[in-house]
Design a protein around this ligand. Structure first.
Ligand code: SAM
Length: 278
């Protein structure tokens, strides 16, 4: 790997703010991200947004294979130069959000891990795409804004606890592995960041109907000041008495707010609602 700043300069590369281009160059930090993701020589890795390929190089040294999606074609000559010594890296110049699940999965022999210093403007859609998609995904280890990381690990009845907390933690074990100061990026963003690891854990809960669960989570946080009962009435096309009965069955007080439910209560309630929903 050559000096990345030099390569960017030689190629007259201009950072595009709207694509979330804040690059990392610190080798210790890059190695730490690879370690946080638990990458071994058996792992196949999907990297979203390789940028100038600094994280890609560290991944390629350890993993069996690295497949990257990069939206910015202007990075092609830079990535070619940076990654020339590796024969286990493939770069696809496409918008990852526009790629369907099967097209992504076909690059891998089986399960894979996502590792990325994410462009922050697509953090939430990326998390939902990979948690809800048809993939054999082992984990996501991603650099996100610190506030987003805090929301991902929040506890019930706190202001950070919301749709993304519940959706992510029902499917995965979540852990902030490190806080990363804004000075580590080039150019420097206005916020600090954190690396979060989401390890898929399908044994955590048995969800009968994912669509009902998704509607329930959305409705529970739709109007945080309203009671869960009122939010359920507004979203589910069910008779009021049935909703009351479901809440009694789930041992939920009629005045409880959605944000007070823990993960198990969300799953129990969604499985009960699923019995009444087509
Ligand atoms: N991995 C590099 C690093 O750590 O230095 C670059 C990370 S930078 C925060 C995000 C990268 O994602 C940029 O290279 C940007 O062009 C790319 N990107 C932005 N939107 C994308 C999208 N929708 N699909 C694929 N790549 C995208």
């Amino acid at each position: 790997m050559s000096d990345v700043k030099e390569i960017l300069k030689n190629n007259n590369f201009e950072f595009k703010k709207h694509l979330g281009q804040n690059f990392l160059t610190d080798t210790n930090l890059l190695k730490a991200i690879v370690a946080d993701a638990g990458i071994t020589k058996e792992d196949e890795v999907l990297e979203i947004g390789p940028g100038a390929g600094t994280l890609t190089c560290q991944l390629a040294k350890v993993a069996a294979k690295v497949v990257c999606y990069e939206i910015d074609q202007k990075l092609a000559p830079i990535l070619e130069e940076q990654l020339s010594e590796f024969n286990n890296v493939e770069v696809i110049y496409k918008d990852i959000l526009k790629e369907d699940d099967a097209s992504i999965a076909k690059h891998f022999n089986g399960s894979f891990k996502v590792v990325a210093n994410l462009p922050y403007y697509i953090t939430t859609p990326i998390i939902f795409k990979f948690l809800e998609g048809e993939y054999d995904l082992k984990s996501l280890t991603i650099m996100v804004q610190k506030e987003v990381a805090e929301r991902l690990v929040a506890k019930e009845s706190t202001k950070d606890y919301g749709t993304i907390t519940v959706s992510a933690n029902i499917k995965a074990d979540t852990k902030i592995t490190r806080i990363v100061g804004r000075q580590m990026f080039n150019p420097q963003p206005n916020v600090d960041s954190a690396i979060i690891n989401l390890t898929i854990n399908n044994a955590k809960f048995e969800v009968k109907n994912q669509k009902v669960l998704a509607s329930l989570i959305k409705s529970a946080f739709a109007m945080r000041r309203k009671t869960l009962y009122n939010n359920l009435k507004a979203v589910f096309n069910l008779n009021q008495d049935i909703i009351k009965q479901i809440m009694v069955t789930c041992k939920l007080n009629e005045n409880i707010r959605g944000e007070a439910l823990d993960l198990g209560q969300f799953v129990t309630l969604s499985n009960e609602l699923a019995k009444y929903t087509n």
